[in-house]
Design a protein around this ligand. Structure first.
Ligand code: SF4
Ligand code: FES
Length: 247
């Protein structure tokens, strides 16, 4: 395949950015999108040009590092992570536009790489989970109903990629936050700090500059892990309860 790539280049957080156009050929449809960018970067290095900066780590859909806006869609045309997107989703001769996540709370570091440490601060604002010290408890000491365990597991699959924020016209992280709140809220171990956790995490979310949820649903459509929209209902329910309890 031969492709024309229109890619956002930005030298640093304060620098003015813009779209640059590159041509690549000999792209196999079996390559991942990131492997295609590797080919372009080798080409740039050979031409004594600076390679394009983009985030990636596992390249297996697990870590949540990869994050590209491809033709205006978070992670591109398939519902998957950018690293698991294959070039067979595009056609020979196509022009593809590649941009970073666009959100006030995710400032651009360089080129296609954004700072998503706001997610880490939201998680750490949730604080600890109380457990007794001493020997490790028996695995079956705290029974968890199967339905709750399944729900907790399903929402724990959120990899913190930030596609939900990038897809949301409000730049809201409500889907991510709802996944984290629901995960611990389903488990007996998560009950002791349930009210303080949701109050702190929502306050941190707003402090970081993420927008509010207005039920548009783009987040769930873009989520590569299928986190359902109803975690946001759970988030709101937990927050209302916390406020009722004086938090
Ligand atoms: S909810 Fe989905 S889209 Fe949002 S950070 Fe988690 S995995 Fe990524
Ligand atoms: S690089 Fe780890 S999920 Fe894409």
């Amino acid at each position: 395949m031969k492709l024309t790539l229109k890619i956002w280049r930005q030298a640093g957080p304060q620098a003015e950015g813009g779209i640059r156009t590159y041509d690549v050929d000999e792209i196999s449809e079996d390559m991942s999108f990131l492997e295609m960018l590797d080919v372009l970067n080798e080409q740039l290095i050979n031409d004594d040009e600076e390679p394009i900066v983009f985030d990636h780590d596992c390249r297996e859909g697990i870590c949540g590092s990869c994050d590209l806006m491809i033709n205006g869609e978070a992670h591109g045309p398939e519902v998957t992570t950018t690293c698991q997107l294959h070039m067979r989703s595009f056609h020979d001769g196509e022009t593809i536009t590649v941009e970073p996540w666009r959100a006030e709370a995710f400032p651009i570091i360089k080129d296609l790489m954004v700072d998503r440490s706001a997610f880490d601060r939201i998680i750490s604002s949730g604080g600890f989970v109380s457990v007794n010290t001493g020997a490790a408890p028996d695995a079956h000491a705290t029974p968890v109903p199967k339905a709750n365990a399944d729900r907790a597991f399903d929402v724990a699959t959120c990899i913190g990629c930030g596609a939900c924020v990038a897809a949301c016209p409000n730049g809201s992280a409500s889907l991510f936050l709802g996944a984290k709140i629901t995960h611990l809220g389903e488990l007996p171990q998560g009950q002791a700090e349930r009210d303080t956790r949701v109050a702190s995490m929502v306050a941190q979310h707003d402090h970081e500059g993420f927008g509010g949820c207005t039920n548009i649903g783009e987040c769930a459509s873009a989520c590569p892990k299928g986190i359902p929209l109803d975690v946001i209902s759970q988030l709101n329910k937990d927050l209302r309860t916390a406020i009722r309890h004086g938090h």
